[in-house]
Write a new protein. Structure first.
Length: 314
């Protein structure tokens, strides 16, 4: 049974993953290269837990209890020495991940399950330096950002791992109220990111063509397809609408929709101009610097309310 967790990397995703496990009673070790990063991660976890309490998602006493379950390390060997489950959340660089998995193999107990949060690198490539026995206990576990709020985790089942080990990990995530997606083929983007990129490609294209302004594109999505998607999957939507209708509409629309094989030119221009979104003060929308903290908080609150509501539709 998985009881002790290690998270390698304390950044945007790493701290949220650690927070999720600690919130539900797991003993969690977090590793990073220096104490400054780790201290910043703990403070961010504290602030996020306080917001969850403020929004009545957790009881106030959970904050202190969760924080006490998290220990920080700058020594990788000590981080994972007694762990049952290790998830790495380091940058998407193949050589870095290959070296890291090699180290984790040597430092972790033989029974430990090793995993990666990647959504773009192949599992076989990342584990190329591992022996056959350890490869049976390595998988992709891809979380969505923000990790402590988004309920999805994509789990790889690519043929290297026995069903019993997969089931153990699946049970772990059920215990922290995550919805798991079993991914059967090692493809770039797994499942959710591929769907998301399909939507984004057409949304960017509509703006580039001048068909609608950004705020109206977002409105069309939020109060159209995404309104249903919050509770109903695409295949369910298709069944309710009638597959014959979906077939006809597909024949009519798909031939005139964007089928680009690379990022939209409008998106590329914005990146070149340094308009990266909220982190630079402008993307498709403009953000006043002094208002950004409140904008972020409002975004989190919406996700918390959606998370609470989603419990009724599982």
């Amino acid at each position: 049974m998985i009881k002790k967790i290690a998270v390698v990397g304390s950044g945007t995703m790493g701290h949220g993953i650690a927070e999720s496990f600690a919130m539900y009673g797991y003993d969690v070790n977090i590793y990073d290269i220096d104490d400054a990063r780790l201290n910043a991660a703990i403070e961010e976890i504290r602030e996020e837990l306080e917001l969850l309490s403020e929004e009545k998602f957790i009881e106030p006493h959970v904050i202190g209890a969760a924080l006490q379950r998290i220990k920080t390390f700058t020594d990788l060997k000590k981080t994972v020495a007694d762990r049952d489950y290790v998830i790495e959340v380091v940058p998407e660089e193949l050589e870095l991940k290959q070296r890291l998995f090699q180290e984790l193999d040597g430092y972790s107990p033989p029974h430990a399950i090793l995993s990666s949060n990647t959504s773009s690198l192949k599992l076989n490539d990342m584990t190329a330096r591992l022996g056959d026995e350890r490869k049976q206990r390595v998988m992709v576990n891809h979380w969505y950002n923000p990790a402590h709020l988004m309920p999805i985790v994509e789990l790889s089942f690519f043929g290297n791992m026995p069903e019993s080990i997969y089931a153990e990990v699946e049970q772990l995530y059920a215990g922290i109220r995550k919805q798991t997606v079993k991914v059967l083929k090692d493809v770039p983007g797994l499942v959710a990111n591929r769907i998301q990129q399909g939507v984004a490609r057409e949304a960017f294209s509509i703006i580039e063509q001048g068909i609608a302004a950004p705020e109206d594109v977002d409105k069309a999505l939020k109060f159209g397809p995404a309104f249903r998607y919050a509770t109903t999957g695409q295949l369910e939507v298709a069944d309710f609408g009638g597959l014959d209708i979906w077939c006809i509409v597909g024949d009519n629309l798909l031939k005139v929709m964007d089928n680009s094989q690379s990022s939209n030119n409008l998106l590329r221009r914005k990146v070149k101009e340094g308009k990266l979104g909220i982190k630079t003060g402008e993307g498709f929308y403009k953000y006043r610097k002094e208002e950004i903290p409140e904008i972020r908080k409002k975004f989190m609150k919406k996700l918390i309310n959606q998370l609470k509501a989603s419990a009724f539709y599982v």
